[in-house]
Design a protein around this ligand. Structure first.
Ligand SMILES: [Zn+2]
Length: 311
C-alpha cells in the first residue's frame, strides 16, 4: 500500500495542470489532492505544468500563488517550473514550438481546415441563445455554455485542402497565424472510453461536439492541442482532472489518434458545487484556498470537509 519515500519511481506519471487565471478554490484542492494521492499510491512521478495560454487572463503572481497553495495543502511534485526536469519547460507559453509542429502534422495529414467564421457568425448559425441556455440547465453533465459552441460546418468543405493564403504558395504554409484552424470530426463517430473514476463514457462526434478549434486566429494553440501535445511529450500515463473536461477527453482521443500518440488513462473527479448547486468558479472568492487559510482553516479541514458535488 503505502510506498516509502525511497522507493524508485514506477512508470506512473501524473500531472497537476493549473491555469494561473485566479486563486485556486476548494474544488481545485480536491482534484489536485486526488492526483497527488494517485501518483503517491502508484509510487509514481507527479509533474506540475502551468497552463498559461490564456494570455489576457494569466498572471505570473497567480502561478506562484497556485504552487504555494498546493504546497501548503501538502501536495508535492517532482518535475515542474520550480524544479526543472527532463521535459522542461513546464510552462505552456514556452512550449509553442511543440504545438506548432503538431499543428503542421495535422495540417499535412488532412485533418484541419481554415475557418474564417467569427464567433458572431457561429452564434447566429446556431439555435437561439435561450435554447442553448435551456439545454445547459437541463441537468446534462455537458454544460454547453462552458464549452465551445457546436460548429455549424460553414468552412468544413475546405478540410483536406491546403488553404490559399496570401504570401507563400499553399504548399509552403507553415504558419497558422491569421485564421482559426479546426479539426474536422467524422459525424456520427462514437468515442468511448472507461474513466477510472466515473466508469464507461460515450460521446458522438457531430452531436456532442463539432469541428473544434486547434489554433486561434489570435495566434495561440487551443487547450485541446496543447494538452495532448504536453501529455504525450511529458509521457503522462494518467490524467486526473475535473469532470467538466469529460467532453474534452473525447476530442483529445481523436487528436491522439491523428497525431499517433498513445492515450493516457483518465480519472475525472466529480465537481464540487456551492450551496445553490452551481459549479465553483474563480469568482467564488470566499472559497479560495487563500481566503480559507486566512480564516484559520487547516489543510485537513479543507480536504476532509463534506462538500456537495455535482452528480
Ligand atoms: Zn468557419
Amino acid at each position: 500500500m503505502a510506498s516509502t519515500p525511497s522507493s524508485p519511481a514506477s512508470g506512473y506519471r501524473g500531472r497537476l495542470a493549473p491555469s494561473p487565471t485566479g486563486y485556486l478554490h476548494v474544488g481545485h484542492a480536491r482534484t489536485f489532492w486526488t492526483a497527488f494521492q494517485r501518483a503517491r499510491e502508484a509510487t509514481g512521478t507527479l509533474v506540475m505544468r502551468m497552463e498559461d495560454l490564456d494570455g489576457d487572463r494569466s498572471r505570473s503572481n497567480f502561478a506562484e500563488a497556485a504552487m504555494e497553495d498546493l504546497r501548503w495543502l501538502g501536495i508535492r511534485w517532482q518535475e515542474g517550473p520550480d524544479k526543472g526536469g527532463p521535459h522542461a519547460p513546464y510552462v505552456q507559453s514556452k512550449r509553442r514550438r511543440l504545438y506548432l509542429a503538431a499543428w503542421r502534422k495535422l495540417l499535412h495529414r488532412g485533418c484541419l481546415f481554415a475557418c474564417r467564421c467569427s464567433r458572431k457568425d457561429i452564434d447566429s448559425a446556431l439555435a437561439a441563445p435561450h435554447e442553448r441556455a435551456q439545454a445547459a440547465s437541463s441537468g446534462s453533465k455537458l454544460d454547453i455554455l462552458d464549452d465551445e459552441p457546436m460548429y455549424p460546418g460553414t468552412c468544413r468543405h475546405l478540410a483536406g485542402h491546403l488553404p490559399q493564403l496570401p504570401g507563400p504558395t499553399s504548399a509552403d504554409v507553415d504558419t497558422p497565424e491569421g485564421t482559426n484552424w479546426r479539426f474536422r470530426v467524422r459525424d456520427g463517430e462514437v468515442i468511448e472510453f472507461v474513466d477510472r473514476n466515473l466508469g464507461p463514457q460515450r460521446f458522438v462526434a457531430g452531436v456532442d461536439f463539432g469541428d473544434f478549434v486547434i489554433w486561434r486566429r489570435d495566434g495561440g494553440p487551443s487547450y485541446q492541442l496543447a494538452c495532448v501535445v504536453d501529455d504525450a511529450t511529458m509521457r503522462i500515463t494518467e490524467v486526473v482532472r475535473g469532470a467538466d473536461l469529460l467532453k474534452s477527453t473525447a476530442r483529445q482521443i481523436l487528436l491522439n489518434r491523428a497525431l499517433g500518440f498513445e492515450n493516457p488513462a483518465w480519472y475525472h473527479c466529480r465537481l464540487v458545487v456551492d450551496n445553490h448547486g452551481r459549479r465553483l468558479a474563480k469568482r467564488h472568492d470566499a472559497l479560495s484556498l487563500r481566503a480559507m487559510r486566512q480564516r484559520g482553516l487547516t489543510p485537513m479541514n479543507i480536504l476532509a470537509a463534506e462538500l456537495p458535488v455535482e452528480v
